[in-house]
Design a protein around this ligand. Structure first.
Ligand code: SAM
Length: 467
């Protein structure tokens, strides 16, 4: 056997996609002593083509050691590391390739940075790669993502459009374009691109999500709900998709979507958020955001119900700021919070008779007719439709008892999910939910419990009473 020709033949098989033929020849070559030069490179490429990144890397490390200045084995080794998700090692490899042969690994280096979420570092190699060679749709999509992250929305939109021109049936580029168009406006453009993406790839929930968000931007609530429902058909366990639906759905559908959110995860999400927040919560809220929720609720309760004493439940008690304010009115004070970290702080304050770590909806449902006063201070901002919680609070109250709460105020009924991730509710929604629960609205005042960026956040304080 002429070794040189056999090696050339094996590489030719590999290049033509005849993997089995290449592998057969490589086995024959591997039996030769000494093995021919370049065999590790060949075996590495064969393993890489068959999807075995580990085996590929084993051979390619030897190939690189044998010819340290050769670019192809280094490039192949970095690709084998990508195949094993060893992104940092691959980035190192692509960088060395770039030193040996400028431009040879820019596209892949940029993509590896993107996969690590290092958008800023991805930008220059991706821009260079577009300048140097004929850009593929994949490269243009990657560059667009990096441009978006850098705030270069126009440039990103151009990249996504160029990717679409190259591959008009690529749903991904349309989906990416939606993100840019939602920023650039008008909303109709984003809706068109998102619709196109859903037609090209109807089984991808992400495109229905994009369509829903674009329609929500255009204030097409019902059509947005349709798209979120379609996303849920594809991913019935996604609490994020229920969350979106809860924000645009009407009445019963929003309530049911919210129940799914509660059942599927957010409790963990919110709990984790507040656990992480427990140490700095008071300094942030009181110190930086001029938080005044507890004193506002105290004054409203006193004005409507007098000085007590009341059997009191503090929903979402947090670190106990609201409990400390209400304690002088309370014959007994119970607190509930989802977050063990927050509840532990509340415990240290020593104002509660009982502290429960649980979801407030679950606790309310288990304590009918127990309380004179239930307070929810800066807590219902995490729930969309409040009918459910107001109905449950009504059942947990004694006759004559009161439910005192604060919310952020929305102009449009019934409620909106704000960019901050908190809900804002309209006065109408609160009145309707109170009426449905058999409560009368004894007080509903416009107040601000906190600032955001130095500006007071509009809110409402409400006291509802049970007959
Ligand atoms: C912004 S803090 C307000 C704390 C306190 N009421 C105050 O005025 O300082 C909101 C608290 O509500 C809790 N929370 C939010 N949703 C809850 C739920 N569904 N069940 C129980 N606690 C909840 C959070 O863990 C957090 O501690």
């Amino acid at each position: 056997m002429d070794l040189g020709r056999a090696m050339a033949q094996a590489f030719a098989h590999l290049e033509a996609g005849r993997l089995a033929d290449a592998a057969r020849l490589a086995r024959l070559l591997a039996a030769r002593r000494p093995p021919p030069p370049g065999l590790d490179y060949l075996l590495g490429l064969i393993a890489l083509s068959s999807g075995d990144g580990r085996k590929a890397a084993r051979h390619l490390v030897k190939a690189v050691a044998a010819t340290p200045l050769a670019v192809p084995p280094r490039l192949a080794l970095a690709r084998a590391q990508i195949a094993q998700d060893r992104l940092t090692a691959a980035i190192g490899g692509f960088r060395v390739v770039g030193l040996l042969e400028p431009g040879a690994a820019d596209a892949e280096l940029g993509e590896a940075f993107l996969r690590q979420g290092r958008f800023a570092e991805a930008l220059s190699p991706l821009r260079r790669a577009c300048l140097l060679g004929a850009a593929s749709a994949g490269l243009l999509n990657n560059r667009g993502a990096a441009e978006m992250a850098a705030g270069q929305t126009d440039a990103a939109a151009r990249c996504f459009r160029a990717a679409i021109a190259l591959r008009p049936d690529g749903a991904k580029a349309y989906g990416n374009l939606v993100g840019a168009q939602r920023k650039l406006g008008p909303p109709g453009h984003a809706i068109d691109s998102a619709s196109r993406a859903t037609r090209l790839e109807p089984a991808a929930a992400v495109h229905w999500l994009e369509l829903g968000q674009a329609r929500r931007d255009a204030k097409q609530g019902e059509r947005a709900a349709e798209a979120f429902r379609a996303a849920l058909v594809q991913t019935p366990d996604s609490w994020e998709h229920y969350w979106q639906l809860a924000a645009v759905g009407q009445g019963g559908e929003a309530a049911s979507a919210y129940r799914h959110v509660v059942a599927l995860a957010p409790t963990d999400h919110l709990r984790a958020l507040y656990d992480a927040y427990a140490d700095t919560f008071e300094a942030d809220l009181v110190g930086k955001l001029n938080y005044r929720g507890p004193e506002i609720v105290l004054a409203a309760v006193r004005g409507v119900m007098g000085d007590g004493p009341f059997t009191t439940l503090d929903l979402g008690c947090g670190t106990g700021l609201s409990g400390a304010a209400l304690r002088p009115l309370a014959s007994r004070l119970d607190g509930i919070d989802l977050s063990p970290g927050m509840a532990a702080r509340a415990g240290e304050r020593g104002v509660y008779d009982e502290l429960v770590v649980d979801d407030l909806n679950a606790v309310l449902a288990s304590r009918p007719g127990r309380y004179d006063l239930i307070a929810a201070v800066d807590v219902l901002i995490y729930q969309g439709d409040l009918s459910l919680v107001i109905g449950q609070a009504a059942r947990a109250l004694r006759p004559g008892g009161g439910f005192a709460l604060t919310v952020e105020e929305a102009d449009q009924a019934p409620f909106v999910l704000k960019a901050t991730g908190r809900y804002a509710h309209s006065a109408d929604h609160l009145r309707q939910a109170a009426a449905a629960a058999g409560l009368t609205v004894a007080r509903l005042d416009e107040v601000s419990t906190r600032t955001e960026g130095g500006v007071p956040v509009p809110g409402l304080v409400v006291v509802m009473r049970k007959k």
